[in-house]
Design a protein around this ligand. Structure first.
Ligand SMILES: C[S@@+](CC[C@H](N)C(=O)[O-])C[C@H]1O[C@@H](n2cnc3c(N)ncnc32)[C@H](O)[C@@H]1O
Length: 435
């Protein structure tokens, strides 16, 4: 079969939006059929369509008599793929139109050829007018390209900053590296990057994080195979520092997969007594094992439910990281499908699950021990409100202040907003068990 990148992109977006699949699962399946730069082009188109979905759907709606339904839905996504290229990519209009029209053949529906051709040509003609409309008169979900329920929650939580958060979510995320302290300091690795002509955009003075001016293949990074460096956002790299493990500590990472933070903690403090890494999804734990192996680290990896104790050996922990299952609303710039896969009703369920895990895992912490609660969410319900309630209900829990300026006592924990210092949206709260 002839491969057509636009057809693969339409299939991918259809799987995400109409079938509720995750882009992380679907994209690699389609990318595996391609080689070299085509993989990147497919990714760019899929990410773009999901970033601008309401706006693109609005553009297409205006050019059709009736929407495409049923078996024709994949062509609805093909039209979005076409419009996205014309609006946002540096592909000449005629090439974007003809490649997208050619996809109808690969998708085995020649009837659609005329329709796709007509809609895209009409779009090119009307483009300037419709672009202006989006800017000015459209309702918020189309103007900001986010679901209405999420915009309302942000407006309530961040009356001043909600628009900035939505704009940040539309940006392309930077590539952050985590230097393995077992092999290099941030400075010595920066020197290796300079020797390899890889440009650094910024460094995080608080962690081992270095961001590059442009994303590159990991295999081009000095020492990647040998474990000198990993890919991890700087916001996620704050966890190891804030947890502040000490030699001899018994440490639990209770929602560990794929193991980014587990490995970072072990790189920073190899002389802890033991690291137990659990996750409810056994299939995701193979990623933890792979990461540990690449970095030459070891942990006890267990498939288990952190809301239960049936996996526990009976020895209390000095330090616990709870990187809780959450809405992922802080990492939309990296995973634009989150906007469409998450539903308003998920949030209450997640808040409940976080509460259950927190209460259970607290009982495994030694008196005097520290628990670091983390989410990659921007919703106060999952973050400051969650912790405020936990502290109010838990006699032996004390909130410890995190020294970053935004993490003042009245803020309850440290909320990092997306794109703040180039970082992902993240939340941290540090709790100590008083007795
Ligand atoms: C935010 S991710 C963790 C990311 C990880 N800490 C890292 O840095 O690579 C949350 C994880 O929680 C896991 N999870 C969800 N519910 C759980 C439960 N009840 N018990 C244990 N793990 C759970 C999910 O499978 C997911 O891997």
């Amino acid at each position: 079969m002839t491969l057509n990148i636009r057809a693969l992109a339409a299939k991918c977006c259809y799987a995400v939006i109409d079938q509720g699949r995750s882009l992380n699962d679907e994209l690699p399946k389609q990318q595996d059929k391609l080689i070299g730069k085509d993989k990147g082009l497919l990714q760019e188109i899929c990410y773009g369509v999901l970033r601008y979905l309401p706006e693109l759907e609005n553009d297409v709606r205006g050019l059709m008599q009736k929407p495409l339904t049923g078996k024709q839905r994949v062509f609805h996504f093909l039209l979005l793929v076409g419009v996205y290229q014309i609006k946002y990519m540096r592909i000449p209009d005629h090439a974007a139109v003809s490649e997208t029209v050619a996809a109808t053949k690969v998708l085995k529906n020649n009837h659609m050829k005329a329709l796709v051709n007509a809609v895209l040509r009409n779009f090119v003609r009307a483009r300037d007018e419709s672009a202006e409309q989006v800017e000015t008169q459209q309702p918020d979900p189309i103007k900001f390209n986010h679901p209405g329920w999420f915009i309302k929650k942000l407006q309530a939580g961040y009356p001043e900053q909600w628009q900035n958060i939505l704009t940040a979510n539309q940006q392309r995320p930077p590539m952050w590296l985590r230097v393995n302290a077992q092999h290099h300091t941030s400075e010595s690795y920066q020197a290796l990057l300079a020797q390899a002509d890889i440009d650094i955009a910024a460094i995080d003075p608080l962690s081992q994080a270095i961001t590059l001016t442009k994303a590159i293949d990991v295999n081009k990074l000095p020492g990647f195979e040998q474990g000198w460096v990993s890919i991890q956002d700087a916001a996620a790299q704050q966890a190891a520092r804030l947890l502040d493990c000490q030699p001899g500590d018994n440490v639990l990472d209770c929602c560990a997969a794929p193991g980014g933070k587990t490995c970072h903690i072990l790189e920073q403090t190899p002389d802890i007594k033991a690291m137990t890494a659990i996750d409810i999804e056994a299939s995701r734990l193979t990623r933890v094992e792979d990461n540990l192996a690449r970095l030459n680290l070891s942990a006890q990896v267990i498939a288990a439910d952190a809301a239960k104790t049936d996996w526990w050996s009976g020895e209390l922990f000095d330090r616990i990281l709870l990187d809780a299952p959450c809405s992922g609303t802080g990492v939309i710039r990296r995973h634009p499908d989150i906007k469409w896969l998450r539903k308003a009703s998920d949030i209450d369920n997640l808040v409940l699950l976080q509460q259950q895990i927190l209460a259970n895992i607290w009982s495994l912490l030694k008196p005097g021990g520290t628990l670091l609660y983390a989410t990659c969410s921007v919703l106060p319900q999952e973050n400051a409100e969650q912790i405020k309630q936990f502290v109010a209900q838990t006699a032996d829990a004390k909130l410890v202040s995190i020294s970053e300026p935004q993490a003042s006592a009245e803020n309850i924990g440290w909320q990092i907003l997306p794109d703040e210092k180039n970082m992902d949206g993240f939340y941290y709260a540090k709790l100590v068990k008083t007795h």
